[in-house]
Design a protein around this ligand. Structure first.
Ligand code: PMP
Length: 702
């Protein structure tokens, strides 16, 4: 596999270019086609160009002096010597990280070893993005997933410069191949002390490079570092290693072998969702995820970039690896990542609680959702909601001990949650006799989606609800339902009027209405919550008594969920000081609360509402051609959810291989090929996803 090394420094003018050029010279002794590139160069002076048209004195010119064949124009070059974001702006241009990434990848593919020289230090900005952290070299390095050489000027202040940059790399998960203490004066005690101290603080090798070091000295300084097995750029010199025979082939990185081993271990020992241990489906190895993309490694090589059309099961609504969330997490980890919630509280729990309650619909004080119970997963938040409904009724109406729910629902995999999942598609058969017996009614028979919003509501679909109520009125403690979108139980949408009716019934009979908004919450349908969506459509308040939230609560950063109850329910349960009987170990985990708070703040300033509207329109347009394909039973779209239902179940393994070949990540289930794009996808992204879905079905790749 081709090797890449990124050369960066604590500052500009530290000697990166000299080191890159000498490294190129060193590598060329072993790899005929090693190359050095510079993705962005500012300060290109065209007043003095050489015969090849390269500005004399530029960094790329230094490489060509080492190897006249090494003349590769940067992806971006500007004449003003300044930070790329500024030089680009002065040139009326803008640096795009995707272009930089493709530029680097093209070179990496063509050369056995590629040296990539940065411009200035790690946080030098490429651009100035609206409402978002701007991209910088850390983003590019993480996308390329390659180790770096960090060059520090060994003068007064070098210790701080080195440690700041090392910490930054640790924070970002960037591997440092070595720290180079450049321009070292071998007669200076201070300079030698700097090296010793930096080395004592890090496990990575610290290379001493003396002032005026000639090439031989340079070679000696770098040989050991570049020949470590981990890096494998130069032939291994490690004679103590059992496998070492110094041959070139052995020195090649073992990355791909390592991958096979990891995948075999995974296959033999690690359960994946809904899979057999003896005949598991393929699991792909993820090396990195950022923004819209997941990077996977497979037999064809490392770092295949896939456009993520699944939002990791409704969770990652604003993309992977967001700086805001990473920073919050690191900050909180460095305060305290966890303390028990019994008898203790903390800012993250309080701040998140306030934000959540502010986001809840403005119902009458008694009905306002204002009492938050934090849990570790969606399923547990459903358990808590059911328990709340039952505990409430034990005080108010003790005969009521069952939950009513429509068929086709999905609420999680724990026992209480399973008991209210669809009794046919769910796991009722498997766990017969062990699940609580609940009251089921047929699924809401009132089709709805973005295209059929104006279709009249047929009140007959309420008959089963009324009938079940007439029969079980004194038994039903609560109704649980996924508002508008029945997700994992079949990806079906139904009319908001249905919910208004449920709200009325629950008010009339003092039944606790629970909305499971674990999937629909935080913008997926086009409104912040599906209940808000329903209230708008029907022109009445259809807020539930209890809401379950999860998935996108942390922007897909980590598992976390909550159950929020109205005052009426909370006070009912708590009459005479009664406790609510639930209290998991990791309840109110500060790390999760802090990340969730930042995720919600980020969502609220993100302009997601317009984006989701656009995505809905693009999905309608992009998936429409699927309707004409023979095996397609239905195509439906609502908000940022697009579904193509086929007449028969798909071969997941086969269709997924096709999607990967098309550069997208889509994981169908049963007869459903569906997408839940991130909210910041653009038209081209949606076209790519829809094109892949159409292509898979049209070519029979399923
Ligand atoms: N309810 C709904 C509507 C869901 O979609 C899910 C997850 N697919 C759950 C509950 C369960 O959440 P978790 O997987 O976090 O336990």
């Amino acid at each position: 596999m081709n090797q890449t090394l990124f050369i960066t420094a604590s500052d500009t003018g530290v000697g990166k270019t000299h080191i890159t050029a000498n490294l190129l010279k060193l590598l060329l002794k072993h790899h005929a086609n090693a190359r050095a590139i510079k993705p962005i160069e500012t300060g290109f002076d065209y007043s003095n160009i050489d015969t090849l048209g390269v500005p004399v004195g530029s960094d790329v010119h230094s490489y060509s002096l080492v190897n006249p064949a090494n003349v590769f124009a940067p992806a971006y070059y500007f004449d003003v010597p300044a930070s790329p974001h500024y030089s680009a702006r002065l040139a009326g241009s803008e640096v795009n990280i995707d272009v930089l990434e493709s530029y680097c990848r093209e070179h990496i593919e063509q050369a056995p070893v590629t040296l990539i020289e940065g411009a200035g230090g790690l946080l030098v900005p490429f651009n100035q993005l609206q409402q978002q952290k701007s991209h910088n070299f850390t983003h590019l390095i993480k996308r390329l997933n390659c180790p770096i050489i960090l060059v520090i000027n060994n003068q007064l202040g070098a210790i701080n410069q080195a440690l700041v940059n090392i910490q930054l790399c640790e924070f970002h998960g960037i591997d440092i191949a070595c720290v180079v203490m450049n321009q070292t004066d071998p007669n200076s005690q201070l300079a030698l002390e700097n090296i010793a101290f930096v080395q004592s603080q890090t496990n990575v090798p610290v290379v001493q490079l003396n002032k005026d070091a000639d090439f031989e000295a340079f070679e000696r300084a770098f040989e050991t570092v570049l020949s470590t097995r981990k890096l494998g750029i130069l032939p291994s010199k490690d004679c103590n290693n059992d496998n070492s025979d110094n041959s070139w082939a052995k020195a090649e990185p073992t990355e791909i072998d390592g991958l096979a081993e990891k995948l075999t271990f995974d296959k033999n020992h690690i359960w994946h969702p809904y899979t057999s241990m003896t005949e598991p489906l393929t699991a792909y190895h993820v090396s990195y995820a950022e923004g819209k993309h997941i990077y996977i490694d497979n037999e064809q090589g490392a770092n295949h970039k896939l456009l993520d059309a699944m939002s990791s099961w409704w969770a990652v609504n604003l993309g992977y690896n967001r700086d805001e969330l990473n920073h919050t997490a690191v900050r909180q980890i460095n305060q305290f990542s966890h303390v028990m919630f019994g008898g203790l509280t903390h800012d993250p729990a309080v701040e998140l609680g306030k934000t959540l309650i502010d986001m809840m619909p403005n119902s009458e004080p008694d009905k306002k959702l204002a009492h938050v119970f934090y849990t570790d997963s969606g399923s547990v938040s459903v358990e808590v909601a059911i328990k709340m409904a039952l505990q409430y009724q034990q005080v108010v109406s003790p005969s009521k001990r069952k939950i009513l729910t429509p068929m086709g629902g999905y609420h999680g995999d724990t026992f209480g949650a399973m008991s209210v999942c669809d009794p046919v598609n769910g796991m009722h058969g498997l766990f017969k006799g062990m699940l609580a017996e609940q009251v089921f009614i047929p699924r809401p028979d009132c089709y709805y989606d973005a295209l059929r919003k104006n279709q009249p509501f047929d009140p007959d679909c309420l008959l089963p609800v009324n009938q079940a109520l007439a029969e079980h009125k004194n038994e039903i403690a609560g109704i649980i339902i996924e508002p508008i979108v029945q997700g994992a139980g079949g990806m079906r949408f139904y009319h908001p009027e249905y919910l208004r009716h449920l709200r009325q019934i629950c008010d009339e009979h003092d039944i606790v209405l629970i909305f499971d908004e674990i999937a629909t919450g935080f913008g997926r349908t086009g409104e912040m919550f599906a209940s808000t969506f329903a209230s708008k459509v029907v022109g009445a308040d259809v807020t539930p008594d209890i809401i379950c939230l999860g998935k996108a609560l942390t922007g897909g950063f980590m598992s976390f969920a909550c159950t929020i109850a109205s005052r009426r329910i909370a006070e009912g349960i708590s009459q005479n000081g009664n406790p609510f009987m639930h209290g998991p170990t990791y309840m109110g985990n500060p790390l999760a609360c802090a990340v969730a708070k930042t995720a919600l703040d980020t969502l609220q300033v993100n302009g997601w509402q317009t984006n989701v509207k656009n995505i809905e329109a693009w999905l309608i347009e992009g998936l429409a051609p699927c309707r004409d394909l023979p095996d397609v039973a239905d195509v439906r779209v609502l908000g940022a959810i697009g579904v193509v239902e086929l007449v028969k179940p798909v071969d997941v393994q086969k269709i997924q291989a096709y999607f990967i070949s098309q550069g997208v990540w889509i994981r169908p289930f049963g007869k459903l090929v569906y997408t839940m794009p991130h909210f910041n996808f653009n038209k081209a992204d949606i076209e790519q996803i829809c094109g892949a879905i159409y292509g898979a079905i049209e070519r029979g790749e399923y």
